[in-house]
Design a protein around this ligand. Structure first.
Ligand SMILES: N[C@@H](CCC(=O)N[C@@H](CS)C(=O)NCC(=O)O)C(=O)O
Length: 232
């Protein structure tokens, strides 16, 4: 979502709530108690797909979905695919189990699920993407758009737990991810990602402030985590 804000050139402030740390007001704004949430004046939206659609249509600047209706539909497919399947594999199969679970719940994640993710799920999705991603540029031309960002973002989670696509086995995927990361809309957030990943949830506001992130004055975060309401 922040990458779309960056591409549109919009000003923003962020309340860096770690998943599972939202208070009652957060739950009122995000009925599923999930991040991200956008508060844009009197408009409150949760779910990254909905938020990105609004930011693209509600603000001037370069369109982040292709103009051609068929291409737009395909871009929405890739965004949905990333949200649903890559989210499941990279976040819930890997990043959550390996990184988030131990930090938040104080116990190791599901080892069998990590093993299945590495042995079956990731290779299956890489094979699919290898057949879809372009050899150069991005999915719908030379400019990066929502569909590219939706896909490439999950590879950040992979990288933070030591998983990157093998460039010999999946050269298009590896090349695409490297090109996306080199774009300003990814590169500018790397210091903030580093600050977050290197700190436990309680220290993240301070770490992000020190890294120069534009934080809100107040937070809707809690000190203690609460289990989510959605089945993982
Ligand atoms: N489809 C949603 C997925 C949001 C989502 O799963 N967010 C995770 C963090 S990556 C979360 O808040 N998890 C906490 C929970 O499930 O309770 C979107 O794209 O916004």
């Amino acid at each position: 979502m922040l990458r779309i804000v960056a591409l549109k050139g919009l000003d923003y402030e962020i309340d860096p709530i770690t998943a599972f740390f939202g208070n009652e007001e957060f739950e009122r704004l995000s009925p599923l108690r999930r991040i991200p949430v956008l508060i844009d004046g009197d408009l409150v939206l949760s779910d990254s797909s909905v938020i990105c659609g609004w930011l693209d249509e509600g603000y001037p600047g370069d369109a982040l979905f292709p103009a051609d209706p068929k291409d737009r539909a395909r871009a929405r497919w890739f965004e949905e695919y990333a949200d649903t399947r890559l989210g499941d594999v990279f976040i819930w199969g890997l990043f959550y189990q390996q990184f988030v679970h131990p930090i938040i719940w104080g116990a190791p994640g599901d080892k069998a699920r990590i093993e299945k993710t590495l042995a079956e799920d990731l290779p299956r999705e890489m094979d699919y993407l290898e057949g879809q991603l372009p050899e150069s540029g991005f999915l719908f031309g030379d400019e990066i758009g929502v569909a590219d960002i939706a896909i490439a973002s999950f590879f950040r989670n992979g990288a933070y737990v030591g998983w990157e696509p093998d460039p010999e086995r999946w050269p298009r995927v590896a090349g695409f991810v490297a090109r996306a990361l080199a774009e300003e809309c990814f590169a500018r957030f790397l210091p903030f990602e580093q600050a977050q990943i290197a700190t436990d949830p309680k220290g993240r506001r301070a770490a992000l402030l020190a890294a120069g992130a534009p934080l809100t004055a107040d937070t809707l975060g809690t000190r203690e985590a609460r289990p989510g309401i959605m089945r993982l």
